[in-house]
Structure formats: C-alpha cells, structure tokens
Ligand binder design. Structure first.
Ligand SMILES: [Cu+2]
Length: 279
C-alpha cells in the first residue's frame, strides 16, 4: 500500500480532530465544580492527549520507516520537491494543531486554577496550624484537634473515627485557613489532589469537598526537619449526622477540666526495683 502525502496528512488531521474532541468523552461526573474533580478532569485530558499524540506519531513514524526503507545496499533515496502549498501546509497545519491543543490545556489549567482559588460561600472554615511535627485544627465552635492526639499504635487503616482525626462532613465544602508556628510546612491532601504551603506569619487557604464517606491522609509535603516523615494525619469524611454527633462529643469533652501531665524522662524501672529491694 502506498500512501500519498495527502492521505498521511488527512490521517494526522483526522486523529488530531479526535484529540480535540476528547474533552467530550474524558469529562467528569461532578456535581458542581470542585478542585478535586477539576484536577482529575485536567489530568485525564493530559493523559488522553499524550496517548493520542504518541500513537499518531508512532504509527506515522513506523509507516515511514517501512515505506521508505532501503531495498538494496546501494539504494539511494530521492528528495521530492514539495510545492509552496505543500511546504506551507506541512509546517503550518501541524503547528496550528499543536498550538490548539496547547491552548486547550492552558484554558483547562486556567479554569482549574479559578475553581481551586474560589471558595464557595457556604464553605465551613477550619483553622489549621502546622508545627514541628503535627497538624492542629480548630473548628468553628472552638473544638481543637491535634494529630498528636492519635495513639502511637493506632490502626491507620481503621474505618472508625479515632483520636486525632480531622473529621469533616460529606458534601460540605471545607475551607482550611492555614498557618505555621515555626518553619514552612505544606498541607498535602493527596487523595483530593490538593496541597498548599503553611507558613509562619501568613495565612494560606485550600478548599475541598468530600463526596462520599472516606478515610484519607494528609501528609506534610515540605521537608520541615527531623520528624517530617512522621508529620501526617487522617482526614475522615463522615455523613453530616455523624459529624454533628462527633463535634458535640468533642465539645462536651473540651468542656471538662483537663489536667495535662507533662511527659518527663522515662522511668528507669530496673534502678527503681533495685532501690525498692534494698530498702
Ligand atoms: Cu512539616
């Protein structure tokens, strides 16, 4: 089969047309724009683009390798002169197609950024503080949670709400107003595809909405010192009714007088035993 340059050209144009139509079938099923869906949508589009471009160029490249291969050792190729129209078409049309794709992706990135930076009016605010090496949260009713409340041997994969969890209601947009007490940290809400720096002396923000009950993680994604790797916490999304119950319980707990015992150096049990026996 011999393909004329015009046919190859038609193939490229056709496949690129499919690429530009891709947003229609790579769309998201969101109920209103939120940063997580917008990121997923844009990322899917980038991947679809890369696949289509890769396949188009791969197929054409392999075809040309086969079509114009040397048939004998002394086979010398012949340069075909293109007409002026051919030269213009082969240079301008592919450039225009690539530029159109670039503009499409930029526009998607732009709209994604707008979605990520525009906090819905009904968002519930939680104040978040980063410090070496913990996340602290303050809820609108004054309840305070710290990732250091978590038991050291807690099962991080448990689907039960545990001490230290940041709990949020499903379906409610949450805006985090964030700062730090010591060095720069970053709030990495990876399951929601979001992150934002937390800095001393500055308030930054991030908003997200959980569409279903789920347990996910927040990790510090800015190296912040020795125990940076241990700076993580669970973010648990629960139905609104469960959230209300949890918050009320936390509020009641906070109302009790709490006597905090400072942690001293660990007790040397052996020395204590010896001392006890000698008495
Ligand atoms: Cu950190």
């Amino acid at each position: 089969m011999r393909m004329s340059p015009n046919k190859v050209f038609g193939l490229v144009a056709g496949m690129t047309g499919a690429l530009l139509a891709a947003p229609a079938w790579a769309g998201h099923e969101g109920q209103g724009p939120n940063p997580t869906d917008a990121w997923n949508h844009t990322w899917t589009l980038v991947l679809v683009d890369l696949w289509i471009i890769g396949i188009v160029f791969g197929v054409i490249g392999i075809y040309f390798l086969w079509r114009y291969r040397a048939k004998s050792p002394d086979d010398v190729g012949q340069l075909k002169r293109l007409s002026l129209g051919g030269i213009l078409a082969w240079s301008l049309v592919p450039s225009a197609l690539f530029l159109a794709d670039d503009f499409l992706l930029s526009a998607k990135g732009w709209s994604l950024w707008n979605i990520q930076r525009t906090v819905p009016e009904d968002a519930m605010e939680i104040k978040v503080t980063g410090s070496q090496w913990a996340f602290g949260y303050e809820y609108p009713n004054g309840v305070e949670i710290s990732s250091t409340d978590r038991d050291e041997d807690a099962d991080l994969f448990s689907d039960q709400v545990m001490e230290g969890d940041m709990v949020v209601p499903v379906g409610q947009p949450i805006v985090l107003r964030m700062s730090a007490t010591d060095v720069i940290h970053s709030f990495g809400l990876t399951d929601y595809r979001l992150k934002e720096d937390m800095m001393p002396g500055r308030i930054t923000y991030l908003w997200f909405v959980a569409k279903e009950p789920r347990v996910s993680q927040v990790v510090c994604v800015e190296y912040c010192g020795t125990a940076h790797a241990q700076m993580f916490n669970r973010v648990v999304a629960v139905p609104q009714a469960d959230y209300d119950k949890w918050l009320a319980a936390k509020k009641a707990e906070a109302a009790l007088p709490v006597i905090k015992v400072a942690k001293g150096p660990s007790l040397d049990v052996k020395a204590y035993d010896v001392a006890a026996k000698s008495n």
